[in-house]
Design a protein. Structure first.
Ligand code: AOF
Ligand code: ZN
Length: 368
């Protein structure tokens, strides 16, 4: 099963909103074929394994990291294909919560006399597909916070001068994160200060993420780089009750999707998350600035965090502080499963955000 999970990983960034799935066929103690779900819309892991195995699939045991599906989707049901191929037993990590499957795959296999064992490496498999499982089970996406921090604790310089905190290798990883995300979110402060494109340029481009601006008062410049590049991918402007109709009309004319969202704080994140998830978005990258990240953490919405820690110093009288600012939020933020790598002179620290209760403190309705 660990091998199946490693195969599943190969689909990361390519299969979403589908889960990553890996499978092997084992006969007489030997692996006769491997397969994985390689891209959204492409054949499922089991089908790839059966195809590779050919006749050798007959009488073999299938080890797969997710319950085989039972629905006719973009491809025919895997459970039926396994029966046809003559597989004798199936070992799977956990049930697929997709309502089209959820137990039906196992039932179909068992009905035809195939021996099915569930729950092998279930925890590890659920961890691998946590973003998919969260979207299917709660209707909310997986929020990934990302920021770069200088050695003196700044995410930018005051006065909005564009500033490169990390080196080229860290930038490549940050772009790869964008490339694997279904949406990239920033606050209006970042848009006004940096005029960013928010596209994935410095790494393999796996998908075109929606670019989302949290812009309570609809101040995004219609002539800025975001909207000038709207042909490269959709731009959402998330506005609040204070946004003037005239501004929204201008933004729409420039090609933006204007999202009108009354809620803020945890409700705001949940409402936006529900909209994005309904469009099939699984991984949402929140890139800042500081107040947006702080809001995400303060309301307990962040699921995963990536910090690029630079060894350089921004200096200056008072560089802009990172997401925590001066007020450490109640209880702080703890990461688990932390991994640390060195990228040239920078450190890349990432992990899952440990669940905590949302803070009671009310925050600004919309970043302004
Ligand atoms: C499997 N093996 O490798 C995967 C499964 O859009 P479709 O037709 O590809 O179907 C996507 C759904 O199929 C997805 O929501 C999940 O329930 C299941 N994914 N199932 O047996 C696989 N990727
Ligand atoms: Zn399938």
């Amino acid at each position: 099963m660990r091998r199946a999970l490693a195969l599943a990983e190969r689909g990361r960034g390519r299969v979403e909103p589908n889960p990553m799935v890996g499978a092997l066929l084992v006969k007489d103690g030997k692996v006769v074929a491997e397969g994985w779900h390689g891209a959204f819309g492409a054949p499922h892991a089991e089908i790839e394994a059966i195809r590779t195995a050919g006749e050798a699939a007959r009488g073999a045991m299938l080890v797969v990291s997710l319950e085989p599906c039972a629905h006719q989707g973009k491809t025919p049901p895997c459970a039926g294909a396994l029966v046809q191929a003559g597989v004798s037993s199936v070992v799977a990590a956990h049930l697929d919560p997709d309502p089209r499957v959820s137990g039906r795959g196992v039932a179909l296999l068992r009905r035809t006399g195939i021996d099915v064992r569930m729950g092998v490496c279930g925890e590890e498999a659920r961890e691998l597909n946590a973003p998919y499982l969260k979207r299917i089970e709660t209707g909310r996406p997986w929020w990934i916070a990302k920021w770069a921090l200088s050695r003196d604790g700044a995410i930018a310089s005051r006065g909005g001068r564009p500033l490169s905190i990390t080196g080229a290798a860290a930038k490549r990883e940050a772009h790869a994160l964008r490339g694997r995300s279904d949406a990239v979110v920033v606050g209006i402060g970042t848009v006004l200060a940096d005029d960013p494109l928010l596209t994935c340029r410095e790494s393999e481009r796996l998908r075109v993420a929606r670019r989302v601006v949290l812009d309570g008062k609809a101040r995004t410049p219609p002539g800025g780089r975001l909207l000038r590049s709207v042909s490269e991918g959709p731009v959402w402007i998330v506005t609040g009750p204070e946004a003037l109709e005239g501004r929204k009309t201008l933004l729409r004319a420039a090609g933006a999707v204007v999202v009108e969202q009354p809620g803020a704080g945890r409700r705001g994140w949940d409402d936006l998350g529900a909209r994005l998830a309904a469009e099939g978005c699984t991984n949402i990258l929140v890139e800042g600035g500081g107040s947006v990240l702080r809001d995400l953490f303060e309301h307990g919405a962040a699921d995963e965090a990536h910090l690029f820690l630079s060894t350089s110093v921004v200096g200056g009288k008072d560089p802009l502080p990172g997401p925590w600012g001066t007020d450490v939020t109640a209880g702080g933020v703890r990461l688990r499963g932390v991994r640390i790598s060195r990228l040239d002179d920078d450190l890349w620290i990432r992990g899952r955000v440990e669940a905590r209760r949302a803070s009671a403190s009310a925050s600004a309705a919309h970043p302004s």
